[in-house]
Write a protein that binds this ligand. Structure first.
Ligand code: MN
Length: 220
């Protein structure tokens, strides 16, 4: 077989390579807020490409297949020089998108509405109220210049909102992301073209607050 095309495999076998997680819902499940074609390309092509490129980088240091993406990003400063940028970009892309799919759910079926319980209380404490929080995160998302993400993170038990460029993960600053909004054009351009604020406004209808609350509890 086409052995020349094979990269050097990880020593402990194929199961250590990073693989694309399945979407927790159908590609059309987030319609009309996020269209099926965008979901299909975003998950099947963009997310897969980050994983392929991450695996290709790690092939140069196969011992790193033993680490989770979370560990790779938290320890980004000690990743070998020759693959640090690739791990930052493609490992970041893999981690960010893996989170993104789970913090969304079909509108009215787990998606939308408002957070409850301890997460709701923490948001009120940090931002004043839920409406103010939506404004802060929405502003971070719409004002991010070029490609990037808006994040809700937990650091030292406190909630923070920040935008980051490219696929930079808050994990690189030892902050735990619990909600992320992808504002790369590939996330919205087919349906919303240049209207990023419309995409951001629609996205609130599919936020899975139960999953965000679970991640908040886990991060504390
Ligand atoms: Mn994306």
């Amino acid at each position: 077989m086409a052995q020349v095309q094979q990269q050097k495999p990880a020593p402990s076998g194929a199961e250590t390579r990073h693989v694309l997680p399945e979407l927790p819902y159908d590609v059309a499940a987030l319609e009309p807020h996020i269209d099926a074609q965008t979901m299909q390309i975003h998950h099947g092509k963009h997310h897969q490409a980050y994983i392929t490129n991450l695996n290709n980088a790690l092939n140069k240091h196969p011992e790193l297949f033993g680490k989770s993406v979370d560990e790779l990003l938290r320890g980004i400063t000690v990743i070998p020089d020759d693959i640090r940028a690739a791990v930052r970009n493609h490992g970041g892309g893999h981690h960010n998108h893996s989170l993104f799919w789970t913090v969304m759910a079909p509108a009215g079926k787990g998606g939308g509405g408002e957070p409850r319980g301890v997460l709701a209380a923490a948001i009120t404490r940090a931002f004043g109220d839920f409406a103010k929080f939506k404004e802060v995160l929405g502003n971070a998302a719409t004002s991010q210049f070029g490609s990037g993400w808006a994040w809700l993170t937990v650091a030292n038990g406190k909630l923070e909102v920040a935008a980051r460029p490219n696929q930079d993960s808050p994990l690189m600053d030892n902050k735990t992301p619990i909600l992320g909004l992808d504002v790369w054009e590939h996330a919205y351009y087919l349906k919303y073209q240049n209207r990023r604020p419309d995409y951001v406004a629609a996205w609130w209808n599919v936020v899975n607050w139960e999953e965000v609350a679970r991640r908040y509890a886990a991060a504390l």
